[in-house]
Design a protein around this ligand. Structure first.
Ligand code: UD1
Length: 314
């Protein structure tokens, strides 16, 4: 065993991919309440222990943190839906913000030798500020409870480094996609929804895709394998201490172009229904990834390459 890891939200899309990868050689504890994640996302592996519980459960978190000595903690548990945060600001605040502050205090108390806490923040913190690409030091304009909580939690996480010497870093995810992303919510990542519709078409079921707006909006879609590379670098590099990092590819593609890429890869034509633009949607988003590159990161998957690998794995 090399190291001991705690991954909150470890049964979700990003968390389970990370947990499965790390548990090949390390000991991993996953805490997840299965609100979005699924236990079957996790490999059955004796190095991987799953705890079904919420990061808001203080007694549970105290038990986990006081009885284990972790080398690394990835805090990925969150209500990931922006729309949910608008509908239920108090409840999402408990999960997306209060659990982070509680975790920081527990780490300060019980995890003196922690090499790194990595917190998952979001490109949502930039809001609709139109300057592109988004740099970590760009203007912050969090427009939803989700974005406000992510930004506030991220600042606390980094302040715990400056104030108390806790080893912390944060990542701001752009649009992450790949296998095991749950397409069931209307607010799931657009690529998971697209892949679900294409699968239905291939099975000769009736399916169409609702395109919000005219499809000219663009996003920096980053493949899960690049995201895992980024998380491991941010956790291990000394230079990442006390800092936040954009995680993207550095280029964007429009939804219309994305649909063309998948049409071509699969040799089918998606039936697209145009709907009005989704409220609060931002037009364009692309990450400046120079800070992450400074740690040695290289995006290995253009959206064409990532989609090819994703579709082959389905
Ligand atoms: C993403 C994040 C969000 C974050 C935001 C920050 C996901 C799932 N969401 O939102 O947490 O706050 O970045 O910038 O990663 N679309 C359709 N049809 C659909 C679904 C989506 O046309 O069925 C469109 C949306 O209107 C949007 C685009 O596809 O224009 C991307 O949507 P989505 O994958 O939800 O991501 P973001 O809106 O970028």
């Amino acid at each position: 065993m090399l190291y001991k890891y705690l991954i909150t939200g470890g049964a979700g899309f990003i968390g389970s991919t990370l947990a499965n990868h790390l548990s090949k050689e390390n000991s991993v504890i996953v805490v997840d309440d299965l609100s979005m994640g699924k236990e079957e996302n996790l490999d059955s592996n004796s190095n991987l222990k799953f705890i079904n519980g919420s990061v808001t459960d203080e007694a549970l978190m105290e038990e986990v943190l006081s009885n284990n000595t972790f080398d690394y903690i990835f805090h990925l548990a969150a209500i990931a839906s922006v729309a949910d945060s608008v509908e239920r600001p108090v409840e999402t605040h408990q999960i997306n913000f209060e659990s982070v502050l509680m975790l920081l205090e527990l780490i300060r108390k019980y995890q003196k030798d922690l090499k790194r806490l990595v917190f998952s923040s979001s490109a949502a913190v930039y809001g609709d500020e139109p300057t592109l690409p988004k740099k970590e030091e760009s203007v912050i304009r969090p427009l939803t409870p989700y974005a406000v909580d992510k930004f506030a939690a991220e600042q606390y996480v980094l302040d715990y480094n400056h104030l108390y010497g806790v080893n912390t870093s944060a990542v701001r995810f752009f649009n992450v996609y790949g296998p095991n992303q749950n397409p069931e919510s209307p607010y799931s990542g657009v690529i998971s929804i697209l892949v679900d519709r294409y699968k239905k078409i291939q099975n000769e079921e009736n399916a169409s895709f609702m395109l919000f707006g005219d499809g000219s909006q663009s996003r920096d879609f980053v493949f899960i394998e690049d995201v895992i590379q980024a998380l491991l670098l941010v956790a291990s590099e000394e230079d990442a201490l006390g800092k936040q990092f954009n995680v993207g590819t550095g280029s964007a593609i429009t939804l219309n172009e994305l649909i063309e890429v998948i049409d071509e890869a699969l040799g089918v034509r998606l039936s697209v229904k145009n709907e009005s633009e989704r409220e609060g949607d931002i037009k364009d988003s692309v990450a400046d990834i120079s800070r992450l590159k400074g740690l040695g990161y290289k995006s290995n998957f253009s959206v064409q390459e990532g989609m090819k690998k994703y579709l082959e794995s389905e």
